[in-house]
Design a protein around this ligand. Structure first.
Ligand SMILES: Cc1cc2nc3c(=O)[nH]c(=O)nc-3n(C[C@H](O)[C@H](O)[C@H](O)COP(=O)(O)OP(=O)(O)OC[C@H]3O[C@@H](n4cnc5c(N)ncnc54)[C@H](O)[C@@H]3O)c2cc1C
Length: 287
């Protein structure tokens, strides 16, 4: 592993100053569960690492009425899965964090890190995308918000720029009639990354009519897959068996899955159909 300088800023402005001055020479380090591996493999050789550990204000989880859930970038996946605030407002998000790897990884890995590493075989990113979450990116020249679905643009690739830092994730407020589910399908061990991960969010009113549906399928392509024209088929209708099948088939047909050690493209396509169907059934549909 190449030598690097270790910086420990105490505030966000200090971190942004270092990140802005060093540009592509530096990497921010959060939990280090991803970065340590690529540094050891020599895939990245930054001359400086900027640790986010001593910075106040990146570890908060709070719910702001009118806005939604605000999760600091340095909140660990363990803290997220155990947060009473997340459990109360978005239990499916707490669950998607709970099924990541094992407790040792979750204790280290952070919400910001899991979005910024943009590994396709991940759990929380598809849930954030399905929930319509936005990341807040700060730099010395200001702040901008980007929807998670537009933030992750490829395998290990996001729209973050040198000098920017992800400071928080905002999950927008939703109707009380909305609920969600995350289905993680693994093919190897119970600690493995997903072969397919389906995040489904549905707003179903008291008459059983769907007022909104969002489904993001993770781990099957370079980015979480949302097929809006298929999901919107549900709007204004009851999620009955033929409609659930139509949506599950539509997702399977619209996505071109990749092949890897966890499953072939053909197999993933079958599993997308099965798990979208299961997710919609759990959300109150009748299959
Ligand atoms: C053995 C193992 C098993 C795993 N299994 C799973 C699994 O089942 N499901 C799953 O979803 N994931 C899994 N992961 C991936 C894990 O969730 C990620 O490695 C982790 O979330 C990355 O977060 P981190 O805080 O450790 O990021 P780091 O490693 O610190 O950083 C990752 C990248 O993000 C950048 N970064 C970090 N924070 C910020 C920030 N605030 N602003 C800007 N850039 C930032 C860093 O510069 C780096 O490029 C696994 C990882 C390992 C090692």
């Amino acid at each position: 592993m190449a030598d690097f300088e270790w910086l420990e800023p105490q505030t966000i402005p200090e971190a942004l100053k270092s990140a802005g001055e060093l540009g592509e020479e530096a990497k921010l380090i959060a939990g280090g569960t991803w970065l340590a591996i690529v540094l050891k493999q020599g895939l990245l050789m930054p001359s400086a690492l900027i640790s986010l550990h001593n910075i106040d204000g990146l570890n908060d989880v709070r719910y702001e009425p009118g806005v939604g859930l605000r999760i600091g970038a340095m909140v660990s996946l363990t803290a997220a899965e155990k947060s009473p605030v997340i459990e109360k407002h978005f239990p499916e998000l707490a669950y998607a964090c709970r099924v990541v790897a094992n407790v040792r990884i979750r204790n280290q890995a952070t919400v910001g890190g899991c979005l910024c590493d943009a590994d396709y075989a991940s759990d929380p990113p598809s849930m954030f995308a399905a929930l319509g979450a936005r990341v807040v990116l700060q730099s010395q020249s200001g702040s901008r918000e980007v929807a998670v679905r537009d933030f992750i643009v490829g395998h290990y690739e996001t729209t973050i720029e040198y000098g920017e830092m992800l400071t928080e994730v905002i999950v927008p407020e939703r109707n009380p009639s909305t609920s969600g589910v995350y289905l993680k399908y693994r093919t190897r061990s119970h600690e493995d990354r997903p072969c397919v991960g389906v995040s489904a969010i549905a707003d179903i009113n008291g008459d059983g009519v769907c007022q909104g549906l969002s489904i993001a399928v993770g781990a099957v392509a370079n980015t979480p897959q949302l097929v809006d024209d298929v999901a919107t088929l549900a709007v204004g209708k009851q999620l009955d068996a033929p409609l659930i099948k139509q949506i599950a088939d539509g997702y399977a047909d619209s996505i071109e899955p990749l092949s890897d050690i966890r499953g072939s493209s053909w197999y993933r396509q079958q599993m997308i159909q099965v798990h979208v169907k299961r997710a919609l059934t759990q959300l109150g549909g009748v299959s």
